[in-house]
Design a protein around this ligand. Structure first.
Ligand SMILES: *Cc1c(COP(=O)(O)O)cnc(C)c1O
Length: 373
């Protein structure tokens, strides 16, 4: 089905710009393996956050999460777990399994779409076999409790990896940029994210040793002198993707402002009474506009009306990860009522940096046929 208003419409550099970049890359005859564009892109991301932060680029964010867990924890034998919310994208729990750990699913509060640090503390009291925490800045929205998570991780001496896949350009409640918290944070530059490259990702960390080991992980675990010194794979970002990333980096703040303006327009018309907005969404890079409706029937009706009217609406994350067949063994006897509730009531509608008035009006009229008068 072709939608008049598709869910995602990335704003990319022009074909002429990308073609100019490719001519430069071809002239240098250097297409991947930490070439000049990748070096410049990693440095530019690091510089955006300032000292002491460093960025390590990856070919995608899933491998970046894997790299972070593997470098921080070593390979597991399946006996230990990593705390992770079920209300997230499956990439994180998949990465946990690839590293030899069990996803230990946490419930969320539907109001924040975030797990509570107090619940996690209880879990840690009961389950000494937890090796790390994978917090998720869901939909790129910086967790309002991130300081509590950092304190909890410090108290239990656990690494805190934060999946901020969609959160490049977002800010936390205290105005720090998303990226600077935890042991490290992971960004995706997938075509569906506000900071869109196609395929790509990065880890941001203030630990220079971790940065070196993550970079080695992307290159078969090679260290300069000795060949393979650690588990690794091929997770390198190629030059053309880094070149696109450099161009996107120059205008990401303008793109994010435009997305926030579009979100504010939705919110002004829809109000905060009938539509529940996740806490802090206005400080995020707004990968799409997510609302919670009062109940499942209302949500389903709204989605059906949008789709019938040519607007591609989605219901992330429904089903949540613990309800997906592959994770059945990790979900046995799990009861996550907040997660189920959010999955039944959540609805996400498109937001673009260059969204036209007409497209925005169509979304609003379908979502709220009675309102707007
Ligand atoms: C998109 C996304 C990922 C995966 O990113 P890739 O770069 O496609 O591997 C991981 N986690 C979350 C929460 C995401 O939204």
């Amino acid at each position: 089905m072709v939608f008049r208003v598709p869910f995602i419409r990335p704003v990319f550099p022009s074909p002429a710009e990308i073609s100019a970049d490719f001519q430069e890359i071809a002239a240098a005859n250097w297409f991947t393996n930490f070439g000049p564009k990748e070096r410049q892109f990693a440095a530019a991301i690091g510089a955006r956050f300032g000292e002491p932060y460093q960025a390590v680029t990856f070919s995608n964010a899933t491998l970046a999460i894997m790299g972070a867990l593997l470098v921080l924890l070593g390979r597991g034998d399946g006996s230990r777990g990593v705390l992770v919310p079920s209300f997230t994208f499956a990439a994180g729990p998949q990465a946990i399994q690839w590293c030899g750990y069990r996803p230990v699913f946490l419930d969320i509060d539907p109001g924040t779409l975030q797990p509570s640090a107090d619940d996690a503390r209880e879990r840690l009291e009961r389950d000494p076999a937890v090796a790390a925490i994978l917090l998720c800045n869901t939909f790129g929205i910086g967790s309002a409790q991130v300081g509590e998570w950092e304190a909890l991780a410090a108290e239990y001496d656990l690494p805190l990896v934060i999946d901020s896949a969609a959160g490049f350009g977002s800010r936390y409640a205290d105005d720090r940029p998303v990226g600077v918290a935890g042991t490290c944070e992971v960004f995706s530059f997938h075509a569906t994210k506000p900071m869109a490259v196609g395929e790509g990702g990065a880890v941001l960390t203030r630990d220079p040793e971790l940065a070196v080991r993550l970079s080695e992980f992307t290159n078969f675990g090679f260290s300069a002198a000795s060949g393979a010194v650690a588990p690794g794979l091929n997770g390198k970002l190629q030059e053309i993707n880094a070149a696109i990333g450099l161009r996107q980096l120059e205008r990401i703040d303008a793109l994010v402002r435009a997305r926030q303006t579009a979100l504010a327009g939705y919110r002004e018309r829809l109000g905060d009474d009938r539509f529940g907005w996740p806490e802090g969404i206005e400080r995020s890079s707004v990968c799409f506009a997510t609302v919670l409706l009062p109940d499942r029937a209302t949500r389903d009706r709204a989605r059906d009306a949008l789709v019938a009217g040519g607007v591609e609406a989605r219901t992330y994350y429904s089903p949540p990860v613990h309800r997906q067949p592959h994770f059945a063994a990790d979900a046995a006897e799990l009861d996550l009522p907040g997660t189920e509730d959010a999955g039944h009531r959540v609805l996400s509608v498109p937001v673009y940096a260059d969204m036209s008035e007409e497209d925005r009006a169509l979304v609003l009229d379908l979502l709220d046929p009675e309102g707007g008068g």
